[in-house]
Design a protein around this ligand. Structure first.
Ligand SMILES: [Zn+2]
Length: 387
């Protein structure tokens, strides 16, 4: 490939400036502006390069940026969207999370790899395109969205403003692997109800914790059944019992016990279909619900699989060795943009959410050049005669 014109120092500086702008997701707690300052930064950089930018506060303190470099649409080429989230996870116990550091060609700081690195790569794409000065044949859109780390409200809000005929690249940290499928998530509460009595006469009451112990046998058996099925890229669905609450004192028979169960969803599953399977396993083991209840999913993220083979083929051609796609083990915004999405970006999930988040600068350079090559392949030059 010709020298794409990427400026390493500018790319590194962009990421370090993004890290210095806190954009911690409040995870449902009331708090100050979260993504607003990061959205201002991104919009400002792109506006200075002549992009049409719009910041939308879809909820108080929560912001999306949509920026467009308009192309000539005369030959009907579908737009390309470079999408990423502006929020990060929390910084409790993180030593100087917003002081970005470059050492040994790695950039450290909260959000470095998840996923301000890709946002910085998108800005570098815009810088390189501005220097080239060649018009594109279709629209290029950069979408910086809020709230990926919690309820994906940013992506859901952005959907209405994104063209349905677009293709979406999401630069989440995949270590430069092409990921065409991601797992979803559904969280349920299982409750057993007993009857409280004095602990000296347990036979006069009903112990909800012991009932839960029995219910968990059914949950464990169901998890073992799930492990027998697998998606070719994502493997089996997984179930985790993550929280248990029950009882008040050692000498009281507990009247209630709750567990919180998280279930990873495969493409084709929904929070409701996965709940139905678990509910059937519980019913088979315990009898009909009554003394036990399984809640509807109270937190969920949809699973996703890219349906667009041509999009995948075009992206594979831009990546050295044309690697076969793999699955993305975490959940992402991919289901919510309303257009085919593929995840490809710098950095590793091993460092995401850690207390020393970093990204390899060379991976950022590679990702930027792949994004540029894909944009050139898809939107390269207007067909002759188009305005
Ligand atoms: Zn992320």
């Amino acid at each position: 490939m010709d020298d794409p014109g990427i400026e390493e120092n500018r790319l590194a500086r962009t990421l370090m400036e993004l890290i210095a702008v806190p954009s911690v997701n409040p995870f449902g707690e009331p708090g100050g502006p979260c993504e607003v300052a990061a959205a201002d930064y991104l919009a400002g950089r792109l506006a200075s390069l002549g992009w049409r930018t719009e910041i939308t506060e879809y909820a108080p303190g929560r912001a999306n940026v949509l920026a467009t470099l308009p192309g000539a649409r005369g030959d009907g080429r579908p737009p390309v969207v470079l999408a990423g989230h502006l929020d990060t996870v929390g910084v409790e116990a993180y030593d100087q999370p917003f002081r970005a550091r470059l050492a040994d060609r790695r950039i450290h700081g909260r959000g470095a790899c998840d996923m301000k690195a890709a946002i910085a790569c998108y800005v570098e794409v815009a810088e390189v395109l501005a220097e080239r000065g060649l018009p594109l044949a279709g629209d290029l859109i950069i979408a910086g969205v809020g709230d990926e780390e919690y309820r994906q409200e940013g992506a859901k809000a952005a959907r209405a403003d994104l063209p349905g005929d677009a293709v979406v690249i999401i630069g989440e940290p995949t270590e430069l692997r092409i990921c065409t499928a991601s797992k979803g998530l559904a969280v349920y509460t299982l409750t057993t109800t007993g009857q409280a009595t004095h602990g000296s006469v347990p036979g006069s009451g009903r112990n909800a914790i012991l009932d839960m112990a029995e219910a968990l046998r059914a949950v464990t058996g169901h998890a073992q059944d799930l492990a027998k099925t697998a998606h070719p890229l994502l493997g089996p669905p997984v179930l985790n019992v993550g929280v248990i609450r029950g009882g008040t004192q050692a000498n009281v028979v507990p009247p209630r016990c709750d567990v919180e169960i998280s279930r990873r969803l495969l493409p084709g599953e929904t929070p409701e279909s996965a709940r139905d399977l678990l509910d059937a396993a519980l019913t088979a083991h315990l009898g009909p619900a009554g003394d036990w209840e399984l809640s509807p999913a109270w937190w969920s993220v949809d699973p996703y699989e890219n349906p667009d083979a041509e999009f995948l083929a075009d992206l594979r051609r831009c990546v050295a060795g044309s690697p076969a796609p793999v699955g993305f083990p975490a959940s992402s915004d991919a289901p919510y943009f309303g257009a085919p999405a593929i995840i490809y970006g710098p950095g590793s999930l091993d460092q995401a959410h850690s207390l020393d988040e970093w990204v390899d600068l060379d991976q950022m350079i590679t990702a930027t050049s792949v994004y540029l090559e894909f944009i050139t392949a898809r939107l390269g030059s207007p067909a002759p005669g188009t305005p």
